[in-house]
Design a protein around this ligand. Sequence first.
Ligand code: GLA
Length: 389
Amino acid sequence: MNHLLLDQLNQIHKQKLNLPGNVQVKSPGRINLIGEHTDYNDGFVMPAAIDKSIYAVFSKSHTNSYIYALDAEADHTFSVKDTLVPITDGGWKNYVLGVVAQLKDKGLPLGEFSMIFGGDIPIGAGLSSSAALENAVCHGLNELFGLGLTPKEMIVLSQKAEHEFAGVRCGIMDQFASMMGKKDHAFVLDCRSLDHTYFPVLLDTHEFVLYNSNVHHSLASSEYNVRREQCEQGVARLQSQGFAIQTLRDVSQDMLESHKNSFDPLIFKRCLYIVEENRRVNQFAQTMAANNLNEAGDILYQGHQGMKTAYEITCPEIDFMIDFTRELPQVAGARMTGGGFGGCTLNLVKKDYIDTLTADLNQAYQEKFGKNITPIRVTLDNGVETIAS
Ligand code: GLA
């Protein structure tokens, strides 16, 4: 819990609005251990909420609604009665407005409000700061106005806000992980049924360490939507061959391989990656549960290879960081985590080797790309919470 930041937000609330906040919320970012781009194919993912969060302080307002972002040192005033549309290059504002628009669409009794927020989730690092913000808004307004939404309703609503106001046709993983995380646990989520099973992640010898490549790829959201369309094309191809399938979740490797010739090769390799990645999630969960870290690490490397060559969502910096670890016996495995085209790698590293790895990797990265990596140490944490004042 970042008490310092929360205190600061409360002070700003008091200064700007001349009254104390009524509701305080902590809404975490997430890491994904494995299962990348499988969520929008109704498949499996294995994420966890982390101890890096968006914090927000809310109060009711008798005039307009007022939102203030500490990181950007910027604010925005609007009325919930306005017709809300995405703001061009609106950045953080669109995540807030998007959620408000969804709540209005549901006909919920929303009043005017103030919200002061800040966070300690690195932005653009693939750790879902945007989903954390959406969930913070949704949960905060749910509490403030007693809207009666369930966590699952809020998750779906936040996801829809991202589709409509940020233009990213994301799956459900990020909002789900941020909302439903559990301290010291990751969970396997079936993105079709939304059934989820928690797995304790408390390792004696190793730790999951993140390294931020500090690459924030501008193509990320457009390429993301392209991948989603390519998966849909693959499904349409198999449907046209008579298969009664809904999504790639329903597709087996045999089904795909036996119709390979009717596929555009690019679409085929995208689909094969998803089918294989779904299988990897369940394999990984089992090997972790059996504390078989070397095998689990191999699955992480396989996942990365798939993202690099078949799904093509990595970048040279990230691939360099993964290759650097491959021959090191102290690193069980590594892969990029998150939507791709930059962001962080997730490394399963022997605890007593982390400092050495960080220094060596940083030096090699610096020599090759002329910039630093940023190590990010995280613990697995609870999902969205109201914080008592
Ligand atoms: C982004 C999206 C998620 C998911 C990941 C890739 O984080 O928001 O829904 O698709 O990319 O696994």
